[in-house]
Write a protein that binds this ligand. Structure first.
Ligand code: NAD
Length: 522
């Protein structure tokens, strides 16, 4: 069952690959205070190619202190939005001008196909450009009470933002947090994922070149339970923006609780793609194949459960399995590759354990193991299980690899119950030509984002986020600006001062106290 197309060009090592990565604190590249490092593997050979500084509490303390100084005393939070915007546009220009090199390094480090890594590098530039534009166009509210009062919103950066990111599309996901955090005048400490630290190390040079002052951007590499944990528990970090697994999110939630931090949580998913019989089947098949196998299936919004109306189920499964078998598995740097190598042997073992489990829970119709021609590296053939029951673990649990479960349904109600019958609620995709059904389904499905007759194509102005175990809060567009800023309300009296006098005997005390109670909150 592992027949699959293969792109066979041999492995490739980028020129000038670093062998050592340090932290970047207060404008300087530095080792860990205790000198410790951890190994970074490349996912094609699974050999260590890099030693990265292993940050711990002492390193986080230094990075937070630098970021706090840059926030309290430095120019960045005090600059005009237009000035910060210019720097952000310059960052976007630099990222765009180096997209090929960025993609080459990202693809080597993460195993993502080079063509998709290139798209992610460009999206990272676009994230900076978007927030550079948004911050100068941004207006805040003013409320007038005629003749009496003006109230306005004084929006302020909050301080040191802690940014914790995962290993899937690392550079792009970092840009997603760095763009709005910096645009709004905060300073940051980034803790990138330990499986893929290579591209994150490039930010320091890019920011320096673009004119970001020292101390505004700080980077500490290291393991989640050491460096990440210290960042979450640091009292001088009022905000944590986290993207990663739901279970890690729960832990961070608890660890941040004593400090009452602002939290943004973008977590896991097990998103349904629902195909009704009246859909354009050809387009739906193309989209659902791409929806789960792009980015190696290591995609939070992957449509990893496909629900298909019974009258077209057999045809769908047959055509889907045939197409999945033609998906080109190959070396990440090969432009023909559609599915590359999974990020790390630990993750490969996890995905493979689900593939084996799937053989007991569903009917294997494509893939099912290591693709022919790849005896080493973290390669998994695009794998399709049909007839998967809703209580199967491969239906319920996030696999985060090129593995999909297909399940039939008979009615709209059953489709909705299946779609909603998991703990996650990140995305949903609906394929139908019936307008009423499409909107009714979209509004009832428990998902933060819904695409109707569409793949995952996102306008940067729209909210991004999940419900249930998929996240807390929404970022995207002005919602990101809201997360990274305080909105202080300032009230100004224009007329007579509204000042009930306590402590003296009024002419009519009852009336005066009643009037005061009417117009005061809290
Ligand atoms: P992970 O939760 O294992 O790690 C994410 C980050 O958290 C890493 O930097 C890690 O070092 C750090 N971390 C781990 N333990 C920590 C702790 N105790 N305290 C502080 N930090 C800690 O996730 P992953 O395996 O790197 O990424 C894959 C997951 O991310 C999947 O579940 C995927 O769905 C999710 N994801 C979600 C979105 C989204 O926007 N909803 C986007 C991409 C990925």
């Amino acid at each position: 069952m592992t027949d699959t197309s293969i792109a066979t060009t041999a492995g490739h090592v980028p020129a000038d690959l670093p062998t050592r990565i340090q932290h970047y604190i207060d404008g300087q590249f530095v080792d860990s205070t205790d000198g410790e490092t951890f190994d970074v593997l490349d996912p094609v050979s699974n050999e260590t190619y890099l030693q990265a500084a292993a940050g711990k509490k002492a390193d986080i303390d230094l990075a937070v202190a630098a970021a706090k100084r840059a926030f309290d005393d430095g120019p960045w939070p005090r600059m005009l939005p237009r000035q910060r915007s210019r720097v952000l546009h310059k960052i976007a220009d630099i990222v765009e001008s180096r997209d090929a090199r960025l993609a080459e390094l990202e693809s080597f480090d993460s195993g993502l196909p080079i063509s998709q890594a290139l798209g992610q590098a460009r999206r990272a530039a676009e994230n900076f450009r978007f927030f550079a534009d948004l911050i100068v166009a941004h207006a805040d509210d003013t409320y007038k009470v005629p003749g009496r009062q003006i109230n306005y919103v004084n929006r302020k950066p909050i301080g040191v933002a802690g940014l914790i990111t995962p290993w899937n599309t690392p550079f792009m996901l970092e840009s997603w947090k760095l763009g709005p955090a910096l645009a709004t005048g905060n300073t940051v400490v980034l803790k990138p994922a330990e499986f893929t630290p290579l591209s994150a190390s490039l930010w320091a040079g890019i920011f320096e070149e673009a004119g970001v002052p020292a101390g505004v951007f700080n980077l500490v590499n290291g393991l989640g339970e050491a460096a990440g944990d210290a960042l979450v528990k640091h009292p001088d970090v009022p905000l944590i923006s986290f993207t990663g697994e739901s279970s890690t999110g729960q832990l961070i939630f608890g660890n941040a609780a004593p400090y009452l931090k602002g939290l943004s949580m973008e977590l896991g998913g097990k998103s349904p793609a629902v195909v009704f019989a009246d859909a354009d089947l050809e387009t739906a098949i193309n989209a659902t194949v791409f929806g789960v196998f792009s980015l190696n299936g290591e995609r939070c919004t992957a449509g990893s459960r496909i629900l298909v109306e019974r009258s077209v189920y057999d045809e769908f499964v047959e055509r889907y399995a045939a197409q999945a078998s033609r998906v080109v598995v190959g070396y990440p740097h090969d432009p023909a590759t559609e599915v590359g190598a999974l990020v790390h042997p630990e993750h490969y073992e996890k995905v493979m354990s689900y593939v084996e489990l799937g053989k007991t829970e569903g009917r294997l119709v494509a893939g099912g193991g290591r693709p022919d021609g790849f005896s080493t590296g973290n390669f998994v053939a695009p794998t399709v299980f049909a007839d998967v029951a809703p209580d199967a673990r491969i239906f319920q649990e996030e696999i985060f690899g090129p593995v999909v479960a297909i399940t039939p349904f008979d009615t709209d109600e059953e489709a909705l119950a299946l779609a909603n019958g998991v703990k996650y609620g990140l995305a949903a995709y609906v394929w139908t030509n019936d307008l009423k059904r499409a909107h009714n389904f979209a509004q009832a499905v428990e998902a933060g984002m819904v695409w109707l007759n569409s793949n995952n194509v996102r306008d940067l102005r729209t909210p991004f986020g999940g419900v249930k175990a998929s996240g807390l809060g929404h970022e995207g567009g002005y919602r990101s600006i809201d997360f990274y800023t305080d909105q202080q309300a300032v009230h100004i009296t224009l007329g007579e001062v509204h000042n009930p006098t306590f402590g003296k005997v009024p002419a009519s005390p009852r009336e005066e106290i009643a009037e005061a109670a009417e117009s005061e909150d809290g």
